[in-house]
Write a protein that binds this ligand. Structure first.
Ligand SMILES: *Cc1c(COP(=O)(O)O)cnc(C)c1O
Length: 211
């Protein structure tokens, strides 16, 4: 099955998650028309950015250490994984140094697993002051569901993320049309994510094979 064709025909933005895969695999999908690629390691995204076409939009989707932000700030198109106010202010500062604005998503922890990074929605509603960050464009939220076969749990977690998006939007971004993205759904759960309001899916293994 040609997943690329099927996934790019969907009514959501497709982020092709190319982590661990060689530049050649990215080039093949690029040649079919894909322009948005997602990576989760700083060194890897920097290296791939250096050698691949300049019109690729690079999305950073993994946990980002503040001190490494400066390496991606000159070129990164969107950071999905803003998971603390400290990181947000570092990204804002590095964007300013580079004379640009960086699109960001607020990562919210929706999974029951201990290991997933992210804000709670209460953190955001009680502590965020978007006006302090004029070099980032707040575009929406990102979340990862629990890794489980329990589809109703996954669905409930995606419903929560959509609800959190709405709450954050109405508190801070009611008049900001650009705050319109809900990044949720991976190879195993993207159909449920789309049913629950995803606007952006992050697909690795279906496109590039198992890692
Ligand atoms: C690896 C990764 C994906 C893609 O996972 P697949 O199951 O291979 O589609 C999506 N989002 C994040 C944050 C990832 O780290």
């Amino acid at each position: 099955m040609d997943y690329f064709k099927a996934l790019s025909d969907l009514d959501v933005t497709l982020v092709a998650v190319s982590k661990t895969k060689p530049a050649n695999d990215i080039q093949q999908l690029y040649d079919k028309g894909q322009r948005i690629f997602g990576e989760n390691r700083v060194q890897e995204i920097v290296e791939k950015h250096a050698i691949l076409a300049k019109d690729i939009k690079w999305h950073f989707i993994g946990h980002l250490q503040s001190k490494k932000t400066k390496e991606i700030a000159p070129f990164v198109s969107m950071i999905h994984s803003i998971d603390s106010l400290k990181l947000l202010s570092v990204v804002n500062k590095e964007a300013e140094k580079n004379n640009r604005n960086i699109d960001i998503l607020l990562q919210i922890k929706i999974a029951s697993e201990e290991s997933k990074y992210g804000f709670t929605v209460e953190d955001i509603l009680t502590t965020l002051n978007p006006e302090l960050f004029s070099f980032v464009n707040f575009r929406g939220v990102m979340g990862m569901a629990t890794f489980t076969d329990n589809k109703s749990q996954v669905r409930a977690e995606f419903q929560n993320l959509k609800k959190h998006f709405n709450a954050i939007k109405s508190k801070f971004f009611a008049n900001n049309e650009d705050f319109n993205q809900v990044s949720m759904g991976m190879s195993g759960d993207y159909t449920i994510a789309i049913e629950e309001g995803s606007t952006m899916i992050r697909i690795g293994s279906l496109l590039f094979g198992a890692r």
